[in-house]
Design a protein around this ligand. Structure first.
Ligand code: HEC
Length: 133
């Protein structure tokens, strides 16, 4: 009879061990967006590429490829020397100012771009951005 009583706690213990092991191996999701290529390219695709695709208007540079950005507009590791950040005017979150003007991203998006440059402006080889505007 005692055996029957012991089964459920043993089961529970196994469950807990499996759960805890699962938690330990899964890295926690970051609470804030990280300044990695995925996030930053998403910002470019949403906020910049409608105007900065290939062969748009004369004098408007493409910003689709690594070599479009580096070294002319981005100096990896040195956000303060990167022209890209100088031409961006951040807006605060909603409500948006009217009329919108200049090259605008939110203040936190601009920070992310700066952080990404500081971390070396990593870009997967051959990646080409598409407008998602
Ligand atoms: C509504 C269209 C439009 C959008 C959106 C836009 N740009 Fe531009 N951008 C232009 C035009 C037009 C020029 C060329 C004339 C000029 O320099 O103002 C330009 C020029 C530039 C230049 C070169 C300027 C220089 O002085 O060296 C950079 C760098 C640039 N844009 C970055 C960006 C970035 C980054 C974004 C997204 C945050 C962005 N642009 C979004 C229209 C746009």
């Amino acid at each position: 009879m005692r055996h029957l009583y012991l089964v459920p706690p043993a089961f529970l213990a196994c469950f807990l061990i499996v759960l805890l092991a699962g938690c330990a191996t899964r890295p926690p999701r970051p609470e804030y967006p990280v300044a990695d290529f995925e996030t930053v390219s998403g910002i470019f695709e949403k906020r910049c590429l409608a105007c900065h695709g290939d062969g748009h208007r004369f004098g408007v540079p493409s910003l689709r490829r690594f070599q479009d950005l580096v070294p002319v507009y981005v100096t990896p590791g040195e956000p303060e020397r990167s022209r890209l950040l100088q031409v961006i005017y951040p807006i605060e979150e909603e409500p948006k100012p009217m009329p919108p003007a200049g090259h605008r991203v939110t203040a936190s998006e601009k920070n992310l771009i700066g952080e990404w440059i500081l971390q070396g402006a990593l870009w997967p080889e051959g990646a080409v951005l598409e407008s998602s505007d």
